[in-house]
Design a protein around this ligand. Sequence first.
Ligand code: HEC
Ligand code: HEC
Length: 250
Amino acid sequence: MRILALSLALLAAPAWSQSPRSGLEFQGEDIRRLQGDDFANPAMLWAERGAAAWQRKQGAANTSCADCHGAVEQSMRGVAARLPAWDARLGRVSTLEGRITACITREQRAAEPAPESHDLVGLLAYVALPSRGMPLRVDVAGPAQASFERGRELYAKRIGQMNLACTHCHDRQAGKTLLAEKISQGQPTAWPAYRMEWQAAGTLERRLRACFLGVRAEMPNYRDDDLVALQLYLAWRAQGLPLEAPGVRR
Ligand code: HEC
Ligand code: HEC
C-alpha cells in the first residue's frame, strides 16, 4: 500500500526538461565538502589501493598493468571519459571495468576479479583519476548503436512492483525528496564512488542495482549486457558533464 501510494505520488508530477546537472549538486554540504577535498575523500583510499594493484605483477603472464601501459597519467588520460565504448578485442560494448577485467584475464592471465572486489574498485578509481574534470563524450554510433538503443529503451521501461522507470525518478522528480534522500538526475559522473550507506567505495553497477532493488525489481547480474547498455546510455545522456570519479555520495 505504501509502495503504491509512493508510485502514484511520483507519477503525478509533470515532466519537465532540465539541463544536465551533477548529482553532487543534490547532495548535502557534508558530502560536497568530502568530495571537494582529496585528503578527506574516503574514495581516495581505494585509488591508493588501485595504484598498488597497477604495479603488482600477477597471473600466468607475471605482468603488471604498468609493464604494458606505463604511467597511468599518460596512458589512461581521457579513457574513463569516453567509456563505455565498442570494444574490438571483446566484440561488444564494454565499460572501463570490462576493459580492465579483460586485461586481467587475457593479458595477465589471472583469475577474473569478483564484482566489487576492493582491488578492482581501486583500479577503476585509479584509472579514472587522470580523466577527472574531462567532459564525458561517448561514441554511440556504428557498432555501439544497438547497445545504446537498448540502454535508452531500458531507461524508459517500467519495472518492479513500483512499476516505475528510471525516467520517472531521475527526469520528472529530480530535486524532490524520496524517503529522506534527494533524487538527482541519475548522472554517472561520480562513479566509482564512496557511498556512506555502504561504508565503502563501489561501482556504478552497484549503484544501479540499488535502484532496481529500490523499485522492487529483479536486479540484473553484475556485468550483464543490459547493465552495460544502461551505462552507455547514461554516459551519453551526461555528455559534457565533467567526470568527478572517484566521488562521494550519501
Ligand atoms: C524510485 C525512484 C528511482 C528510480 C525508479 C530509479 N532511481 Fe536511481 N536513484 C534514486 C535515488 C533516491 C538515488 C540516490 C540519490 C541520487 O543521487 O539521485 C538514485 C541514484 C542514482 C544514480 C547515482 C547518481 C549520483 O549522482 O550518484 C544513478 C546513476 C541512477 N540512480 C540511475 C538510475 C537508473 C539507470 C535507473 C533505472 C534502472 C534508476 N536510477 C531508477 C531513485 C531512483
Ligand atoms: C600484456 C599487456 C597488458 C597488460 C599486462 C595489461 N594490459 Fe590493459 N591493454 C592492453 C592492450 C593491448 C589493450 C588494448 C586492447 C584494444 O586495443 O582494445 C589494453 C587496454 C586497456 C584499457 C582500455 C584503454 C582504452 O583506451 O580503451 C584499460 C583501461 C586497460 N587496458 C587497463 C589495464 C589494467 C588496469 C591492467 C592491469 C590490471 C592492464 N590493463 C594490464 C595490454 C595490457
